[in-house]
Write a protein that binds this ligand. Structure first.
Ligand SMILES: C[S@@+](CC[C@H](N)C(=O)[O-])C[C@H]1O[C@@H](n2cnc3c(N)ncnc32)[C@H](O)[C@@H]1O
Length: 223
């Protein structure tokens, strides 16, 4: 599905979020860079926006982008080349990462975690490849809040977005999947609990009336 929508993915991101996603991404990247990590993974990197931002703000760090959809990775490589940024983009499944134990000092995942088939397995892999003291930043769409802004957002998300997304991408199913997967996603406290279970000391903050959430997990294991 992600391979099929790759070509129109960036356009639709900007269009459907009216550019608001940019400020959420910047907040996630700044949280990831707070401890000056030297090795950073952007997992489920898609067309690479988070990896590009990480490399621009931390040019001295080694930034790797990983995703399991080759057409997404190809677009990410083209964008990095255009900007003159050196970022390896590698094909990888989040449930079985091809990286050594304790390798990365920060890991970001923007709007990718929700799609993983097994959250517990993904968190175990993330914990394995994270260096002690390292930081995991997960940016996601939690289920929309009830009432008020939540009701308006739910209408937009379930009616307007699938229609526009389907029309522009030519793949209506992909943009029906988006609201359906968001409704099924764990609430912010539940996800924080799952991250704690995996070994990350976790806090979170909500953006734009609870439309997006940033979970920050710290691996506390001694070096
Ligand atoms: C909604 S896109 C987000 C892309 C990018 N992070 C962004 O912020 O625009 C979700 C991405 O997750 C990737 N993905 C989903 N499941 C994955 C898995 N098990 N392993 C690696 N990548 C995965 C998809 O291929 C897709 O590129």
């Amino acid at each position: 599905m992600f391979s099929e929508i790759a070509l129109r993915y960036d356009l639709l991101n900007r269009l459907l979020s009216a550019g608001v996603d940019r400020s959420w991404r910047v907040a996630a990247v700044k949280a990831a860079l707070e401890q000056n990590p030297r090795r950073i993974l952007d997992l489920a990197t898609g067309t690479g926006d988070m990896a590009l931002l990480l490399k621009r703000l931390a040019p001295q760090a080694e930034v790797v982008g990983a995703d399991f959809a080759p057409p997404m990775l190809e677009l990410a490589r083209q964008k990095a080349q255009k900007l003159g940024l050196e970022i390896p983009f590698v094909e990888a499944d989040a449930l079985n990462l091809p990286f050594p134990d304790r390798h990365f000092e920060a890991i970001t995942i923007a709007f990718g975690f929700r799609n993983f088939a097994d959250y517990t397995q993904a968190l175990a892999e993330l914990y394995r490849v994270m260096a002690p003291g390292g930081r995991l930043c997960i940016l996601e769409f939690p289920p929309p809040p009830q009432g008020g802004l939540g009701a308006l957002y739910r209408f937009y998300f379930t009616r307007v977005l699938p229609w526009v997304g389907g029309l522009v991408s030519g793949n209506p199913a992909a943009y029906r999947y988006l609201p359906a997967s968001v409704e099924c996603f764990p609430t912010p406290p539940t996800l924080a609990g799952m991250m704690n279970q995996a070994g990350f000391q976790t806090r979170y903050r909500l953006f734009t009336g609870g439309i997006a959430a940033l979970h920050i997990g710290q691996k506390l294991e001694a070096p």
